[in-house]
Design a binder for this molecule. Sequence first.
Ligand SMILES: *[C@@H]1O[C@H](CO)[C@@H](O)[C@H](O)[C@H]1NC(C)=O
Ligand SMILES: *[C@@H]1O[C@H](CO)[C@@H](O)[C@H](O)[C@H]1NC(C)=O
Ligand SMILES: *[C@@H]1O[C@H](CO)[C@@H](O)[C@H](O)[C@H]1NC(C)=O
Ligand SMILES: *[C@@H]1O[C@H](CO)[C@@H](O)[C@H](O)[C@H]1NC(C)=O
Length: 490
Amino acid sequence: MARPVAGVLAKAAAVVLLLVLCMARRSSSVGINWGTQLSHSLPTSTAVRLLKDNGFDKVKLFDAEDGILGALKGSGIQVMVGIPNDMLADLAGSSKAAEQWVKANVSGHVNDGVDIRFVAVGNEPFLKTFNGTYLNTTLPAMQSVQAALAKAGLGGKVKVTVALNADVYQSSSGLPSDGDFRDDIRGLMLDIVRFLASSGAPFVANVYPFISLYLDPHFPLDYAFFQGSSTPVVDGGVMYENTFDANHDTLVAALRRNGFPDVPVVIGEVGWPTDGDEHANPEYAQRFNQGLMDHIASGKGTPLRPGIPVDAYLFSLVDEDQKSIQPGNFERHWGVFYYDGQPKYPLSLRGDGGAGTLVPAKGVEYLKQRWCVLKRDADLTEQKVGDSVSYACGQADCTSLGYKTSCGGLDTRGNVSYAFNSYYQSNDQDDLACNFDGLATTTTVNPSAGTCRFIIEIVPTGTAASRNVAGGLATVLAAVLLALLVNSGP
Ligand SMILES: *[C@@H]1O[C@H](CO)[C@@H](O)[C@H](O)[C@H]1NC(C)=O
Ligand SMILES: *[C@@H]1O[C@H](CO)[C@@H](O)[C@H](O)[C@H]1NC(C)=O
Ligand SMILES: *[C@@H]1O[C@H](CO)[C@@H](O)[C@H](O)[C@H]1NC(C)=O
Ligand SMILES: *[C@@H]1O[C@H](CO)[C@@H](O)[C@H](O)[C@H]1NC(C)=O
């Protein structure tokens, strides 16, 4: 009797396990971009742990840095590596260069157990601000990298694509169903799509509802999010209630119109910044990103691709204090986490409407609890105050100052202190970086107030690593001493 019961139980358990595995698999398919333009980066092993603890199972890189790929070894995280635009000409012109790139940046890592699935050749190379610089080299570079991958025996495993800005497609009427590729590059886009279709690689597009709102003061705010809109776009029998789906389907329509209805679409970057603009704050970022996570987890897809879950990489993992602010001050605040791996707001990747929360980075080492501020008796009317602030903000990061930003409520003295501290922290709390012609002094009292955070930087990666080695040595020595003591006992 016992046996059949056990058999039935085992079968039931197997079914449950399978169900759980299927659910886990579907709900966890969320990627994230890992950018590295920071003055102080988390140690790569800490960042990989952060990805894993939070259930990100895909990561997109802008480069192919050894340290990062090494840390991803054996992590089970799928990787899209990137090739910067300034390498495209070389790769396009020389199959040898492409073979060397693949050898140095893919083959070895794959053999080591890094799960590289895609190479993104170029990052938004057809942006109008590049004036056509990469129009002639992007596709040839993609072809040479693909040939090099095939030669290295990786043709089946690693696919070649390109991360494109969303303005390579558009709709003349504004309706998604009228989507087509941009007139000036239509022929080129068709060649690229043909290339992707022939290898089964995805079309990767970066989609930014925040930028639509930033550039157009009349953009309907609720249409940027996923909770319904008072001004939906009615397209034939379909009603679009958020700009993300409309944008996604404009691309799907462009692919269909040109005879490629089945090319997979991957959103290479999507997200919402938390500072540096009146619409960039944790509340909106939480609303947008949670809406997106729920959309992905629902598996519903978009009106033109129903039932095919949206496939996307969030932008981005952590804030990057050295990104160019030419697009706007928000550019340094895209992180789901702050620079130190602390979550900014609750976010659940599981599609449960935000009940879950993010797990912070573990074991982060900070510099001392010390800040640099304007001296109490400093005279604000002195010319050198303005000069010092300009210098500090030019070198460090003052993008949290200004209208409707996290530190927008500071008075003039607070502004000056903020700038001084930013510079001081970015220089690893060097005493020489808290002088400013005698205007500045250090304090152990945290000047942060309300939403305005006067940060303490993290220990620079090199230092942290050597300290860990030193710590490890000390532990070993202590253990040896202890063993000697114990052994010499009675
Ligand atoms: C490998 O990639 C890195 C980072 O992009 C780059 O600096 C290096 O030149 C590449 N190696 C080769 C041989 O192309
Ligand atoms: C593109 O052209 C504009 C105007 O001619 C120029 O200001 C800008 O520097 C150019 N950008 C690049 C990346 O070449
Ligand atoms: C791209 O090629 C076209 C046609 O050969 C040429 O006219 C154009 O100057 C090239 N553009 C660049 C940026 O090299
Ligand atoms: C503080 O600095 C920001 C950015 O430079 C500026 O916009 C703002 O007016 C300043 N506030 C005061 C009170 O000085």
